[in-house]
Write a protein that binds this ligand. Structure first.
Ligand code: BES
Ligand code: MN
Ligand code: ZN
Length: 501
């Protein structure tokens, strides 16, 4: 899909379709008004007859509107004008794009980017529109032998901005959105891939592709032999039950001088989490192919970053591993020595994510990071606490937590902070080792983060629990591409390039 911005009046457009908003009840937006005037009341007449009320998401496609140069006019219901919020705006755009895609317009000029959304500027509206469009058009069909192809798919969409002065801001929004959408697509493609194809080696291959595609990206892969030498006893234990070798990819993006401290992103990459000897119940177990969603998110953010060529140094880690039961698998009761030297008593082999991440988090100390953010589908408890809407954010460093919350607010990729007080640490006490990998039934998301916090004392650190947000279950099963948007926004902000200037 091609996207661009322009600034023009609706009656002058010569396009396959022109898209304008109608508010509830039957109230024309400014641009719809302009079309109405030139067509001598054609649109208001239809509304009076009851063809469109203006409820949010309603669509009415018109052909041959008198005196209009464009072939079609798509009227889009936008709900009550004062109530148009961010979520509704995105939903309206998604629906519009799907309608255009299914009704033969291969190109369209969209004036919905001019609607007033409370507290949001033109940069935000254009960027969200492009991201929503790309998100809506995504499908994962590379493994279907019969693909559903639209007959005359939408190829190009132009978003209108109110004045010429806003063109550069709009263009910048398109550039940012396209890079982020590319990252999101990368994330979705790798996350949706089945676990018999997407194993740790496949993850590592994806990391290598980034190295091949961008001059300032280098990827190093660490296998089990090197992990042994590094003393990553905990990471190795989790992968021991699988015939697929554990592989950790280190993706290094150089955008600034060597002495500029890097940001480090660490993604949990369990390409399948069966639970191991503490086997999970069968129902819905297929969804544990998404347990590499953290790694997919990091890969996607690195892709967006490389596309944007931001002037910062960033290192992305994909901690690839598979958790399987076997006679060789690690067991409840085992005591592991982590790379940090601290020992862990395993009480449940299904609490494996923290065991992989802790060694990856110790490993990254060597980069002398400015900040480390780990991203993980870590706890079912996070799904209970926050559902599918917000990513859990836990951090021992307030400024970093606020930066991430800001990025989530700006990008619309929401996060919500949970506490990380020392009071919770007691739940990890072990009679035999330094601590256990299980915090009991209360506050599971927090105790998991408490576990990680024991390995992140040497730098500023934040943890994102994406267990509820990384994928959708049910009928529309699939990766959401989260939290690529939030992470990329954070990187944009760190580069001082957050807005239209
Ligand atoms: N990958 C799961 C967490 C998960 C579960 C994410 C469901 C999304 C949906 C993780 O490895 C896990 O199994 N966690 C356990 C931890 C428990 C044993 C302390 C959980 O949440 O039940
Ligand atoms: Mn698990
Ligand atoms: Zn897991």
């Amino acid at each position: 899909m091609e996207f661009s911005v322009k600034s023009g009046s609706p009656e002058k457009q010569r396009s396959a379709c022109i898209v304008v908003g109608v508010f509830e009840p039957r109230r024309l937006s400014g641009t719809a008004e302009q079309l109405d005037e030139i067509s001598e009341g054609y649109i208001s007449n239809l509304l009076r007859k009851g063809d469109l009320e203006g409820k949010s998401g309603q669509m009415l496609l018109l052909h041959h509107v008198p005196n209009i140069l464009s072939e079609r006019v798509l009227l889009v219901g936008c709900g009550k004008e004062r109530e148009l919020d961010e979520r509704q705006y995105r939903q309206i755009i998604t629906k519009t794009i799907n309608t255009l895609n299914e009704t033969g317009s291969m190109e369209a000029v969209c004036f919905l980017s001019e609607l007033h959304v409370k507290g949001r500027d033109i940069y935000w509206k254009v960027r969200q529109a492009v991201e929503a469009a790309q998100d809506g058009l995504y499908s994962f069909d590379s493994l279907k032998t019969r693909k559903a192809e639209a007959r005359r798919p939408l190829r190009k969409i132009i978003f209108n901005v109110p004045t010429r002065r806003e063109l550069p801001i709009g263009e910048r929004a398109v550039t940012h959105a396209l890079a982020i959408s590319e990252g999101i697509t990368t994330c979705k493609n790798v996350a949706n891939m089945p676990p018999n194809i997407c194993n740790p080696a496949y993850l590592a291959e994806q990391a290598k592709i980034l190295e091949n595609d961008y001059d300032n990206v280098t990827t190093t892969i660490i296998g089990e032999k090197e992990m042994e030498e590094l003393g990553m006893g905990s990471y190795l234990a989790v992968g021991r039950g699988s015939v697929n070798e554990s592989l950790m990819s280190i993706i290094k993006y150089d955008g600034a001088a060597d002495d500029s401290k890097p940001l480090v992103l660490v993604g949990k990459g369990l390409t399948f989490d069966s639970g191991g000897i503490s086997l999970k119940p069968g129902l819905g177990m297929d969804e544990m192919k998404y347990d590499m969603g953290g790694a997919a998110g990091v890969l996607g953010a690195m892709h967006a970053l490389a596309e944007l060529q931001l002037p910062i140094n960033v290192i992305g880690i994909l901690a690839g591993c598979e958790n399987m039961p076997s006679s060789n698998a690690y067991r409840p009761g085992d005591i592991l020595t982590t790379m940090s030297g601290q020992t862990v008593e395993v009480l449940n082999t299904d609490a494996e994510g923290r065991l992989v991440l802790c060694d990856a988090l110790t490993y990254v100390e060597r980069f002398n990071p400015d900040a480390v953010i780990d991203v993980a589908t870590l706890t079912g408890a996070c799904v209970v606490a926050l559902g599918a809407h917000a990513t859990g954010l836990l951090s021992s460093h307030n400024p970093l937590a606020h930066e991430l919350l800001n990025a989530s607010e700006q990008s619309g990729d929401r996060a919500w902070r949970l506490p990380l007080w020392d009071d919770y640490q007691d739940q990890l006490e072990s009679p035999f080792a330094d601590f256990t990998n299980l915090g009991g039934k209360e506050a599971g998301t927090i105790t998991a983060a408490c576990f990680l916090s024991k390995f992140t004392k040497k730098y500023n650190w934040a943890h994102l629990d994406i267990a509820g947000t990384a994928w959708r279950g049910g009928k529309n099963k699939g990766s959401t591409g989260r939290p690529v948007s939030m992470l990329t926004q954070f990187l944009l902000n760190r580069s001082g390039q957050e807005q239209g200037e």
